[in-house]
Design a protein around this ligand. Structure first.
Ligand SMILES: [Zn+2]
Length: 457
């Protein structure tokens, strides 16, 4: 079993402070072979007063560590191409625990850390360097920050450790990656899952993963009465995944959250809606989890909010999408692929997703939901076209992962193109978003009104 399969490391210092004992699980690998001497700092005489727990393979300690450190801040991220290996360095305000795993197709290395404030200046790590294509980072879930490294080639972890501060240099998390064969990379991906070794993050049930609002399930009334309609709004992207990046540099994840909050306020002010956001902060969320939130509370409507970006800077306008097995056109198919990619971006394992999707698509309930979603999309467009520039063929169909709840009518709104200067400027303005969201609210009113009266017949 390879060293790169799973690494877990504790710094001796914080452990000692907490009265815990450091353990070296792999005694055949003394710390000096784990890369300290590769660090430029070591030649300047830093004190190596730390010890590793490097657990690999069967010697693994998989239980969540009892060690809890208050959140720190990450200030700088650097990538260096050292030829035979590529090094990532993250400067931290304090020592942290971490765990690492890898995901295939596309090749990724994922580092889970405690929750951190990301105060990274500049984009030093966003350029392709050595074995690394791109690096993204952000809050993955409460208490859990994540770095997702997209690899240009299959690569394993050569070394991973945290260095204590020296002089003006703060704590540093250091990760060295070296090329491995595709076979060995993929073998490690599989082994981790058989072991259920995601001790920090992914194994928690969905209910624990999402924000508190989710527990607020509906209690009032029964269908057909005058109970409030329950709407789940889903601001696209978040956390590790910025979504599209606008011409001025603004992230889609920021725009979508702002718009969703505005729509929530508008709907709640009518007194006719309960509204739940799938995320109300800058956090990553897989499509499956977004859908699950709507299903758990039995929402009347699920609405995912996005803003697109494409190569042609002239294209602008809003569009509304509903689920279909067959995309209405190539652009819609390409958009669905871009949006579905978000799960890859935040480091989710999609190996089981396709079965699930196939199963859902044959469900008859899906068809009913799709019909309702189509009606909702029509109502939304009728209202939106009064105030907002629409894309041609405004209502489109494609296989968006986030819309695949079999029993909840689900639509996805692309509010415009962040790649277009006018759309982007408009979407950055709260007044414009409010106008847009007010039209969405009127469309929802029309839809819910009709749906409710139909139920009482
Ligand atoms: Zn999006």
């Amino acid at each position: 079993m390879g060293f790169s399969q799973y690494l877990k490391f504790y710094m001796q210092k914080p452990l000692d402070l907490k009265g815990k004992k450091a353990v070296v699980a792999d005694r055949n690998r003394p710390a000096t072979n784990l890369g300290f001497n590769l660090l430029p700092q070591s030649s300047h005489g830093i004190v190596v007063d730390r010890r590793f727990v490097v657990t690999s393979g069967s010697a693994l300690l998989l239980a969540p560590s009892p060690l809890v450190l208050a959140s720190g801040a990450a200030s700088t991220m650097r990538l260096h191409d050292h030829g035979p290996y590529t090094r990532l360095v993250l400067e931290l305000s304090k020592g942290v625990e971490f765990s690492i795993f890898q995901l295939g197709e596309p090749y990724r290395i994922v580092v889970d850390l405690p929750e951190l404030d990301w105060a990274i200046v500049g984009d030093a790590a966003t350029e392709s360097t050595g074995l690394v294509k791109t690096v993204r980072y952000g809050l993955f879930q409460p208490g859990n920050a994540r770095i997702v490294i997209d690899l240009a080639h299959p690569s394993g972890v050569k070394n991973a450790f945290v260095l204590p501060p020296t002089g003006n240099t703060p704590f540093r998390f250091v990760l060295d990656m070296e090329p491995v064969s595709r076979e060995s990379f993929m073998a490690n991906v599989g082994q981790r899952h058989r072991k259920g070794a995601l001790d920090m993050a992914n194994v928690k049930p969905d209910a624990e993963r999402t924000n508190n609002q989710v527990s607020m399930s509906r209690t009032d009334g029964v269908p057909g009465t005058d109970r409030k309609a329950l709407v789940v709004l889903d601001p696209g992207h978040g956390g590790v995944d910025p979504g599209a990046i606008g011409v001025s540099g603004i992230y889609e994840k920021v725009i979508t959250l702002a718009a969703a909050r505005q729509l929530k306020a508008l709907l709640e002010n009518t007194g006719r809606y309960d509204v739940i956001l799938t995320r109300d902060r800058d956090i990553s969320l897989a499509h499956r989890e977004r859908r699950e939130i709507a299903r758990r509370v039995q929402a009347d409507v699920f609405m995912s909010i996005h803003a697109d970006s494409i190569g042609n800077k002239d294209v602008r306008g809003l569009s509304v999408y509903t689920l279909s097995e067959k995309a209405s056109d190539k652009e819609a198919a390409a958009l669905a692929e871009r949006e579905n990619n978000a799960d890859l971006i935040i480091g989710m394992d999609l190996s089981r997703e396709s079965d699930d999707v196939r199963h859902i698509l044959v469900d008859l309930a899906q068809r009913e939901s799709m019909n309702l979603a189509t009606k909702l999309a029509t109502k939304l467009i009728i209202q939106l076209q009064r105030d907002v520039k629409l894309l041609r063929n405004t209502h489109r169909f494609a296989g968006f992962a986030v819309l695949k709840s079999p029993d909840i009518p689900s639509v996805l709104i692309e509010m415009g193109y962040l790649s277009n200067r006018e759309d982007e400027r408009a979407l950055r303005r709260p007044q414009y978003r409010k106008k847009l969201m007010a039209a969405v609210a009127r469309g929802l009113d029309d839809h819910i009104g009709v749906a409710q009266s139909a139920r009482t017949l």
